[in-house]
Design a protein around this ligand. Structure first.
Ligand SMILES: Oc1ccc2c(c1)N[C@H](O)CC2
Length: 116
């Protein structure tokens, strides 16, 4: 039977290593500032009603530490949630909206490069 454990890739790097590498690069990106910490819904009118599933990079960091991601796919779903929430709440040409598009493009490019 196919083992449940992440497939060891030829570089001996498993999916969790890829998640940690990607998260480190997202956290240190110059345009990551809108996404580093949870949005305080009390201080942002409308946010709680509009954004059904808040997510941010510090929460993703915590979920990795608590082994809450079973695979790269579940990690990717949360990263995409960060940027989908951003698109829902911010105009594309706003400072935060532009940062969201830059960060999403960066994530997708680096994920593809690391999986090659
Ligand atoms: O003007 C503002 C003020 C606060 C926030 C935003 C825009 N967008 C973020 O997605 C959520 C927090």
């Amino acid at each position: 039977p196919v083992s449940k454990k992440a497939k060891m890739r030829d570089g001996g790097t498993d999916e969790l290593d890829v998640c940690q590498q990607l998260l480190g690069e997202l956290e240190t990106h110059q345009d990551a500032w809108p996404f580093l910490k949870p949005v305080n819904p009390k201080s942002v009118p409308g946010y709680k009603k509009v954004v059904k599933k808040p997510m941010d990079l510090s929460t993703i960091r915590e979920k990795i530490a608590n082994k809450q991601y079973s695979c790269l796919e579940s990690f990717t779903d949360d990263v995409n949630l960060v940027f989908d929430n951003c698109e829902r709440f911010n105009e594309d040409d706003s400072e935060i909206g532009k940062a969201g598009h830059i960060m999403r493009r960066f994530f997708n490019k680096r994920r593809a490069e690391l999986l090659k």
